[in-house]
Design a binder for this molecule. Structure first.
Ligand SMILES: Cc1ncc(C[n+]2csc(CCOP(=O)(O)OP(=O)(O)O)c2C)c(N)n1
Ligand SMILES: [Mg+2]
Length: 334
């Protein structure tokens, strides 16, 4: 599949703060992914983890287009989406590790990360599960007339699930303020896109549901930001839902421990060539937004923040058995 051309940006969008923020957050997500993998591989923690390497640009471009009060849903491969929205890293690690200081008191785990303070109302391990929930959140926003929108982050495989079609249909019928943001990494677990999906571009499916569909280079945060900003504005102004697809690469496999023997060498070659983090870091230096030494200082700060978050999470206790039934039913303990 061809990678779409980079979307031309206006000078206003190439604002220094935005460029540095995108660069810092992408670097941070990459560093957290690497730390999580090393903690698991060294046996210090035993949680599952779906790597986000290669998908950082989409996460930061989506988050940059959202307002602080907006909502979002994500998936098992959602740590980049969560970090891009500013979810606290110590509490995120603690939830992954099953500790009581986690975002869900250590009882949800990696596939149930929730943080209402950042608008994160669902992390789902069910393929396509977030799409219908996002439509429901969009319906709530519309009924409350609160000016908020909801973004559904999901993968290419989810676009072959019934929930995708139900969610897009009803979101369009009811003109809900939802943006469907598809991270197309061309794999659904161990199945390549080419043998499972009927269209070259998922965005073309938007036509069937009467909404705009746009495919962008999902390794370029500015291209993602531009497409998402247009879709978010449209949703917020009552124009209804949109589908935005980013083409990108799943560089770390389905999960930690996946040897990816089933992935052709050409996929890895393309991924390396389009690796969003070094590409964007180079761009901010070449275009004069930062220097190599400033990026090194930034990396040192990121490392310190990750060290502190890991220490916090590892020091946290497992939830006590007396907590088993709390937060299970609305209104407190059973
Ligand atoms: C309803 C359902 N069917 C199957 C699975 C098993 N499963 C987990 S991840 C996955 C692949 C999903 O691929 P995609 O939507 O492209 O997301 P990606 O993992 O590439 O981010 C599948 C089939 C599941 N979790 N839920
Ligand atoms: Mg996929």
């Amino acid at each position: 599949m061809d990678v779409p051309e980079h979307t031309p940006q206006s000078r206003a969008e190439l604002d220094k703060d935005l460029m540095l923020d995108l660069c810092r957050t992408m670097s941070y997500i990459r560093a957290v992914d690497e730390r999580m993998q090393s903690l698991i591989r060294s046996g210090q923690v035993t949680n599952s983890f779906n790597p986000t390497r290669g998908q950082e640009a989409m996460a930061v471009g989506v988050a940059a287009a959202m307002a602080p009060g907006d909502y979002f849903c994500t998936t098992w491969r959602g740590m980049h989406d969560q970090l891009a929205r500013g979810v606290d890293l110590g509490r995120l690690f603690a939830e992954y590790f099953g500790r009581s200081d986690g975002l869900c008191s250590g009882k949800g785990g990696p596939m149930h990360i929730f943080d209402a303070s950042k608008g994160l109302l669902l992390t789902s391990g069910i393929v396509g599960g977030g799409l219908t929930v996002a439509a429901g959140i969009g319906l709530a926003c519309k009924l409350l007339n609160n000016g908020r929108i909801c973004v559904a982050n999901f993968g290419d495989g989810a676009s072959n699930i019934g929930a995708f079609h139900e969610a897009l249909n009803l979101a369009s019928v009811w003109q809900l303020p939802v943006v469907f943001a598809c991270q197309n990494n061309r794999y659904a677990e161990y199945t390549p896109y080419s043998v499972s999906t009927s269209v070259d571009r998922i965005s073309t499916r938007a036509v069937a549901y009467g909404m705009p569909g746009n495919t962008v280079d999902g390794t370029d945060p500015l291209a993602v930001f531009a497409a998402m900003r247009a879709a978010v504005i449209r949703a917020r102004e009552g124009g209804g839902p949109s589908l935005v697809e980013g083409i990108l690469w799943r560089m770390g496999g389905q999960t930690v421990g996946d040897d990816q023997a089933y992935v052709p060498a050409s996929y890895f070659a393309d991924a390396e060539q389009n690796d969003p983090v070094p590409t964007f870091r180079k761009r901010v230096v070449v275009q004069g937004y930062s220097t190599a030494s400033e990026l090194a200082d930034m990396d040192a700060e990121i490392k310190s923040a990750i060290d502190a978050a890991v220490a916090f999470a590892l020091a946290s206790e497992a939830p006590h058995s007396t907590e088993l039934l709390t937060d299970v039913y609305a209104g407190g303990a059973a």
